[in-house]
Structure formats: structure tokens, C-alpha cells
Write a protein that binds this ligand. Structure first.
Ligand code: PGA
Length: 242
């Protein structure tokens, strides 16, 4: 596991974008696992800039996103499909048909999860999986649990995730369930890149990367990955003993 501490969010974002860009430069037909949330916005801005400067092209890149809220349509402003279009896909030369996000409006949960696992299987190994981290240690929407789920599944969001994310929704609209890629699929990526910033992530960063590996802190599994890169700003990393 490689741990990088940066002074600022901007520096974290730049480093993360460089690592992702290098994967595209190594293989222009690579598959990237992508994440949503406030943390990767700066990373995506840097990637857009690199595209505009003709340093990288997404023309032959495929992307697979980690998760999606159940019940939200692709054009709902808080859906992760909307987020990805708005923060990355609409600004680069990626082919939309090569961008995979779970369908929040799927009628049959099992079928949707199976469909997504087939997509993951058809593109494995992903060159890189980008991850944020929840204050409770979740990656994707793999919430603290008694085991590490392998494949794509439907999750009931934990009270802590609901509390953190409710700011984006009107009370009655907050989704209670989400689909997420499983921990097994995340672990199969050649490289996993987790980014975190701000003091609210400090405790979970210590528990995840200097605590024991346990499904009660889902991100802790990354300690077992052959090429895990953890980049945090100094606020997020302040409790780690480095
Ligand atoms: P955040 O979310 O980037 O908005 O902090 C991360 C996550 O919940 O995985």
C-alpha cells in the first residue's frame, strides 16, 4: 500500500488525475472504475484539463461506475449518472455507450445486479478503480457489515450515510437504497486509488489503513490489495502514524 499525503485538496486532485492519466497513456483502451461524491470533482477537473491540452483522449476508454441510488432516473440532478455526465463525460471525448452506470430505475434488482456483474466481467481486469471513502469507511456503497460482499448488490443505506448525504435531497426524496459494485470487483482492479480530504475523514482513514482488516470498516480490505494507492490531504491523514 502506498500512502501519499498532500498539503491541499488541489494537490491531491492533481496527483490522482496524473495516476489515472498514466493508465490511459499506458493503454488507450483501458477500463477505469470511477467514483462520485465531492472528493473526485477536482480529479475530474484535472482530467478534463489534460484532455483539453491534448495530453489524453478518452476516445477508446471504457468506464464503469461504482454505484447508483435506487429510484433515481439518469436525469435526476442527484443521480450518479447525472453527476458523471456533468463532471466528466460531457467535457471529454468519451463515447457515452462506453460509460456504464447502474440503472437506478431498474424494476428487477437481481437482474440489474447480474447485468452489471456481466459488464464488469467482460471488462476485467479494470486498469484502475478510483474510490472515495465514507465517514463510516464505506467504499462505493459497501456499508459496514459482517462480511465483504463480492458482487454487485442492493444495499440499505446506513443511518450515517443517510445523515451525511441528506443535504442533497428534500426530506421525502432521500433514497434509502442504492446499488453498488461489490468489494470483490473493486479488489480485482489492477490498481485501486483512494482519495480523501478534510478532517471529517481523519478517523476513518486511520481505522481503514492502520487498523485491522474488517468488514466493519470496508475500506480496510484495501490493505490486502497488491497495488493500492491512498492519497489524502494532511487534514484527512492527521491521525495516521506515518
Ligand atoms: P464524498 O463521499 O466524496 O462526498 O465525501 C465519499 C463517499 O461517500 O464515498
Amino acid at each position: 500500500m502506498k500512502i501519499i499525503v498532500t498539503d491541499t485538496y488541489e494537490e491531491m486532485s492533481k496527483k490522482a488525475a496524473e495516476i489515472i492519466a498514466n493508465k490511459i497513456i499506458e493503454n488507450n483502451k483501458c477500463t477505469l472504475g470511477l467514483a462520485t461524491g465531492s472528493t473526485p470533482i477536482g480529479t475530474y477537473k484535472n482530467l478534463i484539463k489534460m484532455y483539453e491540452d491534448s495530453k489524453i483522449s478518452f476516445k477508446d476508454v471504457t468506464t464503469i461506475n461504482l454505484d447508483e441510488y435506487k429510484g433515481l432516473s439518469a436525469d435526476h440532478h442527484e443521480s450518479y449518472r447525472y453527476f458523471m455526465n456533468d463532471n466528466l463525460f460531457d467535457h471529454v471525448d468519451i463515447k457515452k455507450e462506453n460509460t456504464y452506470v447502474l440503472n437506478g430505475l431498474a424494476c428487477d434488482d437481481e437482474k440489474e445486479c447480474k447485468r452489471f456483474d456481466e459488464i464488469i466481467n467482460n471488462h476485467k481486469p479494470m486498469a484502475l478503480q478510483l474510490l472515495g471513502i465514507g465517514e463510516n469507511g464505506h467504499i462505493g456503497f459497501n456499508e459496514p457489515a459482517d462480511f465483504f460482499p463480492f458482487g454487485t448488490h442492493l444495499v440499505k443505506l446506513s443511518d450515517s450515510t443517510m445523515a451525511v448525504n441528506k443535504r442533497f435531497f428534500k426530506e421525502e426524496e432521500m433514497p434509502k437504497y442504492a446499488y453498488t459494485m461489490g468489494i470483490g470487483s473493486i479488489m480485482m482492479a489492477d490498481t485501486v486509488l483512494l482519495i480523501a480530504n478534510g478532517p471529517k475523514k481523519a478517523k476513518t482513514m486511520r481505522d481503514s489503513f492502520q487498523g485491522k482488516v474488517t468488514p466493519h470498516v470496508p475500506a480496510s480490505i484495501l490493505q490486502m490489495h497488491k497495488d493500492a494507492i491512498i492519497i489524502g490531504d494532511k487534514e484527512a491523514m492527521k491521525l495516521l502514524d506515518l
